[in-house]
Design a protein around this ligand. Structure first.
Ligand code: OAD
Length: 244
């Protein structure tokens, strides 16, 4: 059983406005590789070769190859107890916002509703030129690359390095962070902005800040409470404490 400090349990039980920021770590127990660390995706692939506008202009086939591989990998995995615990958390609070940096769609598949996807969703496509959504198979064999009615190439609907985040998601996320009484940072290295500044915004505006991670991050010392361990094991225990 987790040893939780009294001040945390008090906020956990009394808060009405709660926000959670998740990163790749919450999906690690589902089998989705994280970005950094020993097994991280960025060790095997160079980000600047794959997740940038320049990369897509230079070599759209290579970029698509990587995204189709990840899309398949993510389609084959299932939400884990950490995702499901956040579904239960949403049911408990009047005002609950789930901010995620993940593009895997696992929060939605678990049943979470009020989700803000900061970095897009790997299941979706859009036009590189006009941004219009594209529904349909993406085939990257020679000459088969899909194009929009406007003539633009189809790309994954994710945010690449150097791109703006979707406006609705970023505004909603900062609003939820500012208003939160309790803020969880779960499974993120807290290195990529602006997501990494959301827990700080929350705390500056009076939230109790808690981090759940396998290892300390730049955020850890700033938190009111840090729990070291797997989110798929810790979050269900927090829910148990919340509901009993
Ligand atoms: P990272 O790969 O940077 O960090 C994952 C974090 O999860 C690390 O701090 C791990 O210690 C932690 N972790 C791993 N397994 C865990 C588990 N079972 N339980 C709890 N924590 C665990 O991933 P993100 O922080 O999500 O952006 O990366 C942020 C962004 O960087 C990504 O959204 C992506 C990348 O560049 C874009 O693609 C735009």
């Amino acid at each position: 059983m987790l040893d939780l400090p009294d001040d945390f349990v008090k906020v956990l039980k009394s808060a009405t406005r709660v926000a959670v920021l998740t990163g790749a770590g919450i999906s690690a127990e589902s089998g989705v590789p994280t970005f950094r660390g020993e097994e991280g995706l960025w060790k095997k692939f160079r980000a600047e070769e794959l997740a940038t506008v320049e990369a897509f202009i230079t070599n759209p086939e290579l970029v698509w190859e990587w995204y189709l591989w990840r899309r398949q990998l993510m389609a084959d995995v299932k939400p884990n107890p950490g995702h499901y615990a956040l579904v239960e958390m949403e049911e408990y609070y009047d005002n609950f916002t789930l901010i995620t940096q993940n593009v895997d769609g696992l929060h939605r598949r678990a049943g979470s509703k009020n989700i803000l996807e900061l970095h897009g969703n790997i299941e979706l496509n859009k036009c590189f030129n006009c941004g219009r959504p594209f529904v349909g198979e993406v085939n990257i064999n020679a000459g088969a690359m899909p194009v929009c009615d406007c003539g633009g190439k189809i790309r994954p609907d994710v945010v690449w390095f150097g791109e703006m985040l979707p406006e609705r998601a970023i505004n909603g996320a900062f609003e939820a962070s500012t208003g939160a009484e309790l803020f969880f940072s779960v499974g993120t290295s807290a290195l990529v902005h602006p997501a990494a500044s959301m827990p700080v915004t929350a705390k500056q505006n009076g939230a109790y800040l808690i981090e759940i991670n396998l290892e300390p991050t730049p955020l850890t010392d700033y938190c009111d409470f840090y729990i070291h361990g797997k989110s798929g094991e810790i979050l269900p225990q927090i829910i148990e404490r919340l509901t009993k």
